[in-house]
Design a protein around this ligand. Structure first.
Ligand SMILES: [Zn+2]
Length: 161
């Protein structure tokens, strides 16, 4: 478990598919948690650090908007399925400015709790519906952990104020 800020503005969030669940008929495993909440829910930096993997143009068909937060704590935080729909539509055509916080660029520093993007259904989340796919990797990409305990603790801290 790592100390983080809950990565969404929403408090009542359903975690459904779990860490380690099989994907693609068992060819790969689900390395994170899926946090279901309304489209456009602001996504927050879980820790202070620098942002990476921000798309600078519309992703190729079927690919989604994603973000990697390189934490000052040495850990990596991966966010997927950011919004790709123009306001009031489901067109999958929105430019990066509707996926990420305004003006956010690769290499920018962010503080824990700062808005970095918006929930959507880009990539392979079209059928599941809008949600944030969130991963925590300890020290390096090869070390994913189940984010659920960290997420629950973060919600608890927020509720206590
Ligand atoms: Zn997921």
């Amino acid at each position: 478990m790592v100390p983080i800020v809950f990565p969404l503005v929403a408090d009542s969030v359903r975690f459904t598919s779990g860490f380690g669940d099989p994907r693609d008929g068992g060819k790969r495993r689900h390395q994170g948690q899926d946090l279901f909440c309304p489209r456009w829910t602001p996504i927050l930096a879980a820790v202070s650090g620098t942002v990476d993997w921000i798309a600078t143009s519309r992703p190729k068909k079927g690919k989604g908007y994603e973000l990697l937060l390189r934490g000052d704590d040495g850990n990596l935080y991966f966010y997927a399925h950011l919004n790709n729909d123009d306001p009031g539509t489901r067109d999958n055509e929105a430019p990066p400015s509707y996926a990420y916080a305004r003006g956010l660029n690769n290499g920018d520093r962010v503080s824990a709790g700062e808005i970095i993007g918006y929930v959507g259904d880009s990539g392979d989340a079209e059928a599941a519906g809008p949600h944030l796919h969130f991963e925590i990797h300890i020290g390096r990409w090869e070390n994913p952990i189940d984010p659920a305990p960290s997420l629950r603790a973060a919600l608890e801290r927020r509720r206590r104020g």
